[in-house]
Design a protein around this ligand. Structure first.
Ligand code: HEM
Length: 539
């Protein structure tokens, strides 16, 4: 009886009132409420985990009852752990999460297609959405919304990624590519000069220069999304100590550290409120918010006139179309602002939604592209013969000046460039996996592997039983590199594979190029594929 004991402890020993101190009572009451909330939460988790049909799946050994396989998964290099598990347990198995709860992991492409094709029945788990929302100024951004709100937002934003809209932003890619080329050339020159000066040793020339390529490309892609999406100049490349670029780099670097608090907050949402926020994160959020408000303010008047003119010209039926008028801005900000004044509710976005979209697109559109470009340079540096072939394929285009649209067209028609881009994005997917949760009371996910898979009791099964609340991991990178799917050389960087008919017939349910890098979806039950994939490929 902790409660009584505490009250008795509060009784005055000599004279005075016999009433216990009210502050102690409140403290004890709060403590008991917290303890019972925690205990009932824990019991619920344990019961749910015990009843989960995923317990019937085969699973790797569990190194810790508390953290399951989570620490091993965090520490693995390049997702090879998942490859090993797939080799040992087949395309359908479970790994263990917090308190050893079973989570589904599947590389079976039919099962993955089913999960991604029913995106509103299999959304991102709440703890993932909360994490993304904290980067994106709230829960109203495209990455985190669900159902009708998500469908509406995607329809409004889609025209920003049409062929003609992307053609209009191509000069930004050229401009930033030239800028980073000049910066790197100058830095390399400086380093070589200093080597020569310091060591007076010609051999240093052959060592080349050291550059933090990922950090520089992060700055370049931040500039690109700012200009191409919102007509805003972050000047991250030209400003050596750009605070926003540094803040983004710090946020993404800390996101990759294993933190017990994050795991606990997965299951106890109240703890998310006490999450220690890095100062870089705070700074990033505040800067983006200030910039977004400034952008909204600047474009509000123009958007209002745009919307009124469109309304005056259109008949009632036309008001329900999504396409901007000829001459109207098709960049992201233009579409967002016009939607703020839309008459039809299914075309309208609130100011809070617009604020979230701006930070969503800045975050989703720049780190992923920087990572893809860094891996491209890495792959080319490791394969000098691919580098030579690629360079040779560009030579015939040397006479076409940069800025001439013919050059853009010719580049998109170069087969070797196309294979290199596909191969980098297959082998080095910047998003290595994603998570989903089952929202249906019960479901059976179909499996395509011939003969199905073996469960823990050695029984063959052709579908995966799953219950509401069960968590699924979609291992994007493991599927892109699976030897079962791509053959024995799956982990080699070999652009020529894309010339072989067998590869293009590969049945991975990806949005682009039969790889899972940009995920997939369908318009009926949720399309969560990357809306910016064409932008990224051009970039
Ligand atoms: C190589 C670069 C990129 C890669 C590998 C990539 C990959 C992905 C992936 C895997 C998703 C799905 C995430 C999930 O549901 O779990 C996604 C979603 C998204 N991406 Fe990309 N992305 C890239 C570039 C871009 C760019 C350049 C933009 C914007 C200009 C962008 C904007 C978005 C948005 C807004 C979503 C959310 C879509 C939705 O849920 O409806 N991405 N991306």
């Amino acid at each position: 009886m902790i409660f009584n004991h505490t009250i008795i402890d509060n009784l005055p020993t000599s004279s005075g009132s016999l009433r216990p101190k009210s502050s102690s009572l409140i403290f004890v009451a709060v403590f008991i409420i917290l303890l019972s909330t925690f205990a009932s939460g824990l019991i619920k988790i344990l019961i749910r985990q015990y009843l989960s049909p995923l317990r019937r799946l085969r699973c790797p050994p569990i190194p810790s009852m508390l953290w399951g396989n989570l620490m091993d998964m965090h520490d693995q290099e390049n997702n090879y752990l998942i490859d090993r598990w797939e080799e040992e347990y087949g395309p359908v198995f479970a790994f263990r999460g917090f308190l050893s709860g079973s989570r589904l992991m599947t590389t079976d492409i039919r099962a993955v297609a089913y999960i991604l094709g029913n995106a509103y029945d299999y959304p991102k788990p709440d703890f993932v959405r909360d994490g993304l929302a904290s980067m994106a100024a709230g829960h109203d951004g495209l990455l985190t919304t669900e159902g009708e709100q998500h469908t509406r937002q995607r329809k409004i934003l889609q025209p920003a990624f049409s062929a003609s809209s992307l053609r209009a932003v191509t000069p930004v890619f050229w401009e930033k590519a030239a800028e980073i080329r000049d910066i790197w050339s100058a830095l390399a020159e400086q380093q070589q000069e200093s080597h020569r000066y310091d060591a007076k040793d010609e051999k240093h020339w052959s060592k080349g220069a050291k550059l933090d390529v990922l950090a520089w490309l992060g700055r370049a892609t931040l500039d690109v999304i700012g200009l191409a999406g919102f007509g805003y100049s972050f000047d991250a490349l030209s400003d050596n100590s750009n605070a926003l670029a540094d803040a983004f780099a710090a946020v993404f670097a800390t996101a990759s550290t294993f933190r017990f608090m994050i795991i606990l907050a997965t299951w106890f949402p109240i703890l998310r409120k006490f999450r220690r926020e890095e100062s870089s994160e705070k700074h990033m959020r505040k800067t983006i918010r200030d910039i977004s408000l400034q952008l909204i303010d600047e474009r509000r008047a123009a958007a209002q006139i745009d919307a009124q003119e469109a309304l005056a010209k259109k008949s009632e039926g036309d008001i329900h179309s999504y396409s901007p008028e000829p001459g109207q801005a098709r960049d992201l900000l233009g579409l967002l602002m016009r939607s703020n004044f839309a008459v039809a509710s299914h075309l309208r976005m609130s100011t809070s939604e617009i604020l979230c979209q701006i930070s969503t697109f800045i975050a989703a559109g720049h780190e992923t592209s920087a990572s893809a470009l860094t891996w491209t340079l890495y792959a080319l540096a490791k394969s000098p013969e691919v580098q030579s072939k690629l360079r040779a394929s560009f030579r015939p285009l040397q006479s076409i000046p940069i800025g001439d649209p013919q050059l853009d067209d010719e580049l998109t028609r170069l087969p070797y460039l196309d294979w290199v881009v596909r191969e980098v994005l297959r082998l080095h997917s910047p998003v290595t996996n994603t998570m989903r949760v089952c929202k249906k009371a019960h479901d059976a996910i179909p499996v395509g592997a011939p003969g199905g898979y073996l469960d823990r009791d050695g029984q063959r099964r052709t579908s995966i039983e799953i219950k509401k609340g069960d968590i699924i991991s979609v291992p994007i990178q493991a599927i892109n590199r699976s030897r079962v799917i791509w053959g024995p050389d799956a982990r080699e960087f070999r652009p020529e594979r894309w010339a072989e008919a067998s590869q293009s017939r590969c049945a991975v349910p990806g949005l682009w190029s039969n790889i899972l890098t940009f995920l997939n979806g369908n318009t009926v039950n949720g399309n969560r594929s990357c809306i910016g994939y064409k932008f990224a490929i051009l970039e």
